[in-house]
Design a protein around this ligand. Structure first.
Ligand code: AMP
Ligand code: ZN
Ligand code: FE
Ligand code: FE
Length: 289
């Protein structure tokens, strides 16, 4: 079976590898297809597409957008988005700005708790990232030996409910689903197994989600089976991916490529994207209306 890992992050958001390195690694692992799904940014897409051509890996342009639902967070993947669409880029610009403001606010709270860090130091830690986030703060806290793991930083300080937690304005699931469809993409519910409530799945289905990520590094096989069944009942595309941020597991092997879906899912995504009314001239460039 040809395998596809359709959930990967690069250093354009909070991953470690560059987009090219992600694709090179995928080629080494023998993956037929991947999608780069960085948080709230499409900055890495061109580089990944070019690398895909060079290394013989099918690359699906993607994104992962966080939304807020009630008190929880819900992540939505967008596949075959047009990464040059101006409406998408405008929306991402606003999100990027909100992320910067949030990091500033978190740094201030951490200063209040006695941590000697600055916004510029986080910026440096974010390096080439287009969308900065809490993982960059966590890595700085680690570098300064305030915590020993990223997980500890989240659990003690910057995670939801922590003393340095700051809320960020997020779009609603409906808004993100519309945004993705409007730029030619296929919206897919990310890692439903880590949602705080299963009613979010129904909500996404009502709002027009077109796929569900059944296979994920944080799903059990039983959960994957439940999500496949939901997909069957609601005619959703089944997708899957490792959600690898460039990390190695305790056994020294990379997370990438361990949680995959049959690469035929890529054809279904492409068909759905075409069905959403976007001109699929060439593979990715379509005319904007
Ligand atoms: P942000 O985008 O700034 O809200 O940060 C959220 C990101 O941080 C997620 O997408 C994960 O990659 C990472 N993250 C969230 N919670 C944890 C945790 N407990 N331990 C490690 N990383 C986390
Ligand atoms: Zn992440
Ligand atoms: Fe996510
Ligand atoms: Fe992710």
């Amino acid at each position: 079976m040809s395998k596809a890992d359709l959930h990967l992050h690069s250093n354009k958001s909070d991953g470690i590898l560059s987009p090219e390195e992600v694709v090179l690694q995928a080629a080494k692992l023998g993956l037929a297809a991947i999608s780069l799904t960085d948080h709230d940014t499409v900055e890495g897409i061109s580089e990944a597409l070019n690398a895909g051509t060079r290394y013989g890996v099918r690359v699906v342009p993607g994104i992962e957008l966080n939304t807020s639902a009630d008190n929880g967070e819900l992540h939505i993947l967008g596949y075959y988005i047009c990464h040059t669409d101006t409406r998408l880029l405008d929306a991402l610009k606003n999100i990027k700005e909100a992320r910067v403001q949030r990091v500033r606010a978190i740094v201030k709270k951490l200063n209040g708790l006695g941590f000697e860090i600055t916004f510029d130091q986080v910026l440096k830690k974010a390096g080439k990232a287009d969308s900065m986030g809490r993982p960059h703060i966590a890595r700085l806290l680690m570098e300064k030996s305030y915590v020993s793991t990223v997980k500890e930083a989240f659990e003690k300080y910057i995670g939801y409910g922590g003393p340095a937690y700051v809320e960020r304005h997020k779009l609603l699931p409906r808004e993100v689903i519309t945004l993705i469809k409007n730029c030619g993409g296929v919206p897919v519910l990310a890692h439903p197994g880590i949602l705080s409530s299963s009613h979010y799945i129904d909500l996404c289905i009502r709002e027009g989600i077109q796929g569900i990520e059944a296979y994920h590094s944080r799903h059990t096989e039983e959960q994957a089976a439940v999500f496949r069944e939901i997909a069957r009942r609601h005619d959703l595309i089944v997708t899957g991916g490792s959600d690898c941020h460039g990390e190695f597991k305790f056994d020294g092997k990379m997370l990438m490529g361990r949680y995959t879906v049959d690469a035929r899912a890529v054809d279904r995504l492409k068909e759905a994207a075409a069905g959403n009314g976007v001109c699929m001239k060439g593979m990715y460039n379509h005319f904007k209306s």
